[in-house]
Design a protein around this ligand. Structure first.
Ligand code: DC
Length: 216
């Protein structure tokens, strides 16, 4: 059996990595996992059960129960769940539990596209292609705000642009500043700054890099 062809995509919140990952997965006919949903699912379970977000034993039990097959991106998109997820994500034993599930997904078939914060550095350090997607906090807040506008009534989100911008900055601090698996580019990652690049350009740039890295 040949080695799975894994594409690792990391970057901060609302950098465009999710859209890029989905487009690449579709074009290459590979399964895709948004690993942020796994942290969001733990946060959602804790919030629903009215449990604290900083009790590691309780959070690990919730993480063990997460089924990657039934993650609902619409339910988990709520702004407050993203905030709670970045708190849950600082706990090392929660990360170990979720990373184990993410690795199983990555290695289950002919390959996969995974996006998150630590895919190229921790989850799949041997991925054949790695991208680090970024954009300025203002550009990212603008994108997230538009998404919230479009989805508003569906998810009950009501965050203003200012709230989203300050949350994005705080989230960056938490994601980049945590001791375990902080967000940072892998040494061998291709950097894609999408501040002034539309998704089509980012997608075609990434696809040509993938094609030149794939020996097949
Ligand atoms: O990408 P997102 O907004 O859905 O991620 C939610 C939180 O989950 C984010 O603040 C940090 C955490 N996360 C992580 O620590 N590692 C990952 N691989 C993916 C997400």
């Amino acid at each position: 059996m040949s080695i799975p062809f894994i594409i690792a995509i990391d970057g901060p919140a609302a950098s465009g990595k999710g859209t890029l990952s989905r487009r690449l997965a579709e074009a290459l006919e590979l399964p895709h996992l948004d690993t942020g949903l796994t942290y969001r699912a733990v946060a959602h379970a804790l919030l629903q059960d009215k449990q604290p977000l900083d009790d590691e034993d309780i959070a690990v039990e919730a993480a063990k129960k997460i089924d990657l097959g039934v993650l609902d991106p619409i339910v988990l998109a709520v702004h407050a769940i993203g905030e709670a997820a970045s708190k849950v994500a600082v706990m090392s034993r929660v990360r170990i539990t979720l990373v184990d599930k993410q690795r199983q997904f990555a290695n289950a078939g002919k390959g996969a596209v995974l996006d998150g914060r630590d895919i190229g550095t921790v989850v799949c350090p041997d991925a054949q292609v790695k991208f680090y997607v970024t954009a300025s906090p203002e550009v990212r807040a603008e994108r997230r705000w538009k998404e919230v506008q479009e989805r508003g009534n569906l998810t009950g989100s009501d965050a203003s642009f200012e709230t989203i911008l300050s949350d994005i900055k705080l989230r960056d601090e938490r994601d980049m500043g945590r001791a375990d698996s902080p967000l940072k580019p892998a040494e061998d990652a291709h950097l894609l700054d999408t501040s002034k690049m539309d998704i089509e350009t980012a997608f075609h740039t990434a696809l040509s890099i993938v094609k030149s890295s794939n020996p097949k």
